[in-house]
Write a protein that binds this ligand. Structure first.
Ligand code: PEP
Ligand code: MG
Length: 538
């Protein structure tokens, strides 16, 4: 059966489909239940939850004792007296065990969320997790099946970044999703992993059989369920041709990216982890143009400590030293949510509480990251970049906080480099329009075409239905890029592109005409972009 989606990450694969479960845990209020029966159901569910958490604890502790602690905390929460009493009180009114657990869980998590202490506030998400687990057990839904230990094509309604970072990458041959678009973060992750990915299958996703073999083409967006022998052979041939084409690009490995008229441009990598840095280095990146540091937060059960962050930044800087590494400070919110941040649901999260807005509002989180970065700076060439800037005032405030962190470290006798450049992402129309003023405050710009397109075209980057309007090649976007590049160069600072458009070779000549100094792309696109720059006349 031939199906269609949007090609989001190049790569051709054929493997068994593995569905990532999405659970429906909504509970409707019911009355007139027998409280004794419901109490028994609750007690049984508590026991099952404890058994599940014990297995999870043991499995995780084998690899990572510290991260396993979270399951121990959850176990204690299941047995917590306040929780059990709250449920009991509700059950005596004749409601169902599911409803009692949901409502008591909500009440407790709201209570935690209102506390001053950051660590206690983070417990709100744990309470939600624990009550969700008990409700799932009460509804008789088994725990999501673990990934099989063989290559599979992951099929999911939507792959949230939080789920994607938890996949065992060794066994992911490709992925297909119902929702999402080319610049959704799951597609970005797929590109960094070098696997084919088809997103936005919409209604075609619902036609996928329960169990099947999938053949996918991440360039065209074609998906075949249970291919015929002829189709399977066609895909195998396509895959060979694709790999051969990748092979010819190797001629550009280590070659300077310079246009025919002599403009030099760095080709750097977008990364999200230390592992990505290793891959990018091996793929021949000139440096890192965008380290999406939020993936350290998404992969963690709680706020990553200064030490944990320091270790990751230091390692990435060492891998690339003496070449530059641009680390972007936390860009959480919108589609990237970590439960322990307790960001309330928003009507419009892409335009809501995210990125630098959170960091300026909760400076303790920002300072921990800045201190870790500054401390790591002596291990390579660090540049720090700030996301979602909309005003000159924000930039000035950020610079003050950076100075305060530097002063703190100086007092503590902790060294940091003196050549750290500070830059901003130009990813809102406001920043592009004000780029002449902002340029006076910073050392560089990096244009985030994903968000710049979303906000300029008023088209949600995650919404399949407006995918045709979300177009980074639209003249409106190109004009904002021209303005930004002109203002950067007039102020004597460098400017690059780190959004997905950087890897669109139809735009390479336009970028070179505007004398962009750097293009930062997924590791898998580095050679393709190097070739396009070398072939450009500009
Ligand atoms: C962008 O918006 O273009 C960008 C690079 O940032 P992100 O994709 O992480 O939002
Ligand atoms: Mg962005």
């Amino acid at each position: 059966m031939k199906l269609k989606g949007i090609g989001a990450a190049e790569g051709i694969a054929s493997a068994k489909m593995w569905r990532m479960a999405t659970l429906d845990l909504t509970v409707q209020e019911e009355v007139g239940r027998d409280s004794e029966t419901e109490t028994q159901r609750f007690t049984d569910a508590q026991k099952t939850a404890i058994a599940e958490l014990t297995v999870l604890y043991d499995q995780t502790a084998e690899r990572d004792e510290k991260n396993a602690m979270i399951f121990d905390i959850h176990r204690m929460m299941v047995e917590d007296l306040d929780f059990a009493e709250g449920v009991q009180d509700m059950l005596s009114t004749g409601c169902s065990a599911e409803w009692a657990v949901q409502e008591t869980g909500k009440m407790l998590s709201d209570m935690f969320a209102a506390l001053d202490d950051e660590t206690m506030r983070a417990r709100a998400a744990d309470v939600k997790d624990v009550s969700g687990r008990i409700i799932r057990i009460l509804k008789g839904i088994p725990e999501a099946a673990a990934m099989p230990l063989e290559p599979v094509i992951v099929a999911a309604e939507d792959l949230l970044p939080r789920q994607t970072v938890k996949l065992d990458k060794r066994y992911v041959a490709g992925c297909v999703t119902k929702m999402g678009s080319v610049t959704s973060h799951s597609a970005i992750l797929a590109r960094s992993m070098g696997i084919g990915c088809v997103v936005g299958m919409a209604d075609d996703f619902d036609k996928l059989p329960e169990a099947c073999i999938l053949a996918i083409d991440g360039t065209t967006g074609e998906v075949i369920a249970d291919p015929t022998p002829e189709e399977a052979a066609e895909y195998a041939a396509k895959r060979t041709a694709f790999l051969e084409e990748q092979g010819t690009l190797q001629n550009y490995f280590g070659r300077e990216a310079i246009t025919k008229s002599g403009h030099k441009c760095l080709v750097c990598a977008n990364i999200g982890s230390v592992k990505d840095a290793e891959v990018a280095k091996a793929a021949g990146a000139d440096g890192v143009g965008l380290f999406r540091s939020e993936f350290l937060y998404l992969d963690s059960p709680d706020f990553p400590s200064e030490e944990k962050q320091f270790a990751a930044y230091r390692r990435v800087l060492e891998i690339f030293a003496p070449n530059p590494v641009v680390v972007r400070t936390l860009d959480l919110g919108s589609d990237k949510q970590a439960p322990y941040f307790n960001i309330p649901d928003e009507e419009n999260p892409a335009m809501g509480y995210r990125a630098i807005r959170i960091c300026l509002d909760r400076p303790e989180i920002f300072r921990t990251q800045l201190r870790a970065l500054l401390r790591a700076s002596v291990y390579g060439k660090l540049d720090i970049m700030f996301p979602m800037i909309t005003s000159v005032g924000q930039v000035r405030r950020i610079k003050e906080i950076v100075e305060e962190c530097k002063a703190e470290l100086k007092t503590e006798g902790i060294p940091f480099a003196d050549d750290i450049e500070l830059g901003v992402m130009i990813e809102t129309p406001a920043a592009a329009i004000m780029s002449d003023e902002i340029a006076k405050e910073v050392d560089f710009f990096s244009i985030g075409t994903n968000d710049l397109t979303q906000y300029t075209m008023a088209a949600d980057r995650m919404n399949v239905r407006v995918n045709n309007i979300f177009n980074s090649e639209d003249p409106a976007i190109l004009r904002l890029i021209e303005i930004t590049a002109r203002n950067a160069h007039a102020a004597g600072i460098w400017v690059g592109v780190c959004g997905e458009a950087g890897a669109n070779t139809r735009l390479t000549s336009f970028f070179m005409k505007n004398k962009l100094d750097e293009l930062s792309v997924a590791a898998t696109s580095i050679l393709k972009v190097r070739k396009a720059i070398c072939e450009s006349e500009e």
